[in-house]
Structures are given as C-alpha cells and as structure tokens.
Design a protein around this ligand. Sequence first.
Ligand SMILES: *Cc1c(COP(=O)(O)O)cnc(C)c1O
Length: 235
Amino acid sequence: MRKAEVAENLNRVRERVVTSCAACGRDPGGVTLLAVSKTRPAGDLRAAYAAGQRYFGENYLQEALAKQAELEDLDICWHFIGPLQSNKTRAVAEQFHWLHSVERLKIAQRLSAQRPADMPPLNICLQVNIDDEESKSGLAPAGIPELAAAVAGLPNLKLRGLMAIPAPRDTVEEQRRPFAQLANLLQRLRAQLPDQPLDTLSMGMSGDMEVAIECGATIVRIGTDIFGRRETKID
Ligand SMILES: *Cc1c(COP(=O)(O)O)cnc(C)c1O
C-alpha cells in the first residue's frame, strides 16, 4: 500500500475516534488505537509508524516475529491478539508487550513462567466469548471471574482487562448489547479484584468502532480501515 494512503487512512480513523468520543463525552486520550497489521507487509507498518502510529496488533506468531525482526529499529508496542497455542507461549512472553486472547489458565501460567526477569510484566486481557454462541474463541462470561482471580495471582503478568470480538449485528442497538455486557463484566471484575489495574476494554473493529467507544472501549483494534481490505480472508 502507498505510504500516503496509510497515513490518510490513519488520520481518518483518528478523526472517527475523536468524533465518537465527543459524541459521548469521553476524552479521546482514553482510547488507544491499535493498528491490526496481520497479513500486511512490514513496509505498511513502517508507513503507519512514520505517520505516528506506535501500537500494532498481530494474530499469527511466525508472521509477527518476522515483522518484528524487520522493524527492530522502531519503537513499537506489540500486541498479540490472535489465538495462542500452549507450545507457542515462549515467543509471546519474550517478544510482546500485550496479549489480548488469554482464555485458559494453563496459557497464562506458561507466559508468567517464561516472561524474562528483566522485562516488565506482560499485559493481559482475558478473551470473552461474549455472544455465547458457536464462536470458537474466548471463555464464556461465567468462567471469567475464576480465571481472572487465578491470572491476577501470577507474578509476571499484569491483568489489564477484557477483550471480545462480538459477531456483527444488523442494528446499532443490537451491536451495543455485547459491548455493554463486556463493560459490565469488567465492572464486576473491578469489584472482585480491587487491587488489579483493570483499566482495559479491548473492543471495536473497523465495522463497529463507534459503538464500542460509546460503550467504553479503551483499545480499538482497527485493521481494514487503516490498511485496506485483506486479500486473504482469515480471522
Ligand atoms: C483482524 C482483527 C481485527 C481487525 O479487524 P478489521 O475489521 O479489519 O478492523 C481486530 N481484532 C482481531 C482480534 C482481529 O483478528
């Protein structure tokens, strides 16, 4: 993708964040824009970086590691947002700042054990299957309090909040429901674990960013509207 095009798209998305925040009385500084760069070549990330973007989200480990090597000279905050198998935790523990997709205690235990001692704790979001349907990823809301309590006890992880990928809905009203549920679940976790830095709601993508912000998103994960449509449809 052309460098100027990435910068223009990025600016348009930033304006949408500001407009959405204004519409619901939020401070735009409270919403972090995560550029989801899966399937994109390193050059596209470099273009976004040159336009001021610092937070990047990747879904596939091998692909992410290759880009990290190519972009070693940049001061990027790397978020892993895809499914993670337990035999691949070490690279995430060593190479990333955030992981949004924890849904099992075993994964969290491995990450904590593998996090290098000279690095700050790995920031963690628990992925919630908020639609409670066939969706393969995420833990059902009912299981979240127990997982959160266990993760909070791991020394090299920092439990920051919740992530979800709700199914697309036909109307704004319907789209609001899963986001509001996720926000509500985070509220309850805060009451349950008052000592934890539970400040993060990772929700909202290109198609539903505005509603997510209205419902309290603190990280929006935007791919298509920054980098264009992905040729290979992998989610
Ligand atoms: C691909 C992906 C996104 C970005 O989706 P777009 O619709 O392209 O903005 C966000 N979150 C996750 C977990 C993804 O896999």
